[in-house]
Design a protein around this ligand. Structure first.
Ligand SMILES: [Cu+2]
Length: 130
């Protein structure tokens, strides 16, 4: 009898836990706790954001990066390994028009690093980690 009560309580907890988990999946919480703004780079007219802007990130604070291709042609975004090892390399897949890629910028040493599109040499800018 005592074991039955324990089993019933355990099943209740498991059920509530499962429902809670499903509820969270259906209503994911927004990313409100990111310490700094996400970075959105949109490939358009063979530039990133029209100006290939410098991107500023804090050292040792992973920054969410979304690369969106709004052009008709394929683009990608790459960051190569640096000689000081201060940035985690980035390589989106080739992105066709309308596709996007979610990743992160992770800088571990202050410095200036280059991002670029491997298809279009003029599409390049800098990531400044400070
Ligand atoms: Cu490109």
């Amino acid at each position: 009898m005592h074991n039955n009560i324990i089993a019933i309580v355990a099943i209740c907890f498991a059920t509530v836990g499962a429902l809670w988990g499903i509820g969270n999946l259906m209503n994911p919480e927004p990313d409100v706790d990111l310490p700094i703004e996400d970075v959105l780079l949109i490939a358009q007219r063979s530039t990133f954001n029209g100006t290939n802007p410098d991107v500023y990130v804090a050292v040792n604070v992973p920054t969410k990066l979304v690369v969106q291709n709004d052009d008709a042609v394929t683009h990608d975004l790459k960051v190569d390994a640096s000689s000081n090892g201060g940035i985690t390399p980035i390589n989106t897949a080739p992105l066709r028009g309308g596709q996007n890629f979610h990743t992160a910028i992770v800088v571990s040493k202050p410095g200036t690093y280059e991002y670029y599109c491997s298809y279009h040499p003029q599409m390049r800018g800098h990531i400044n980690g400070q």
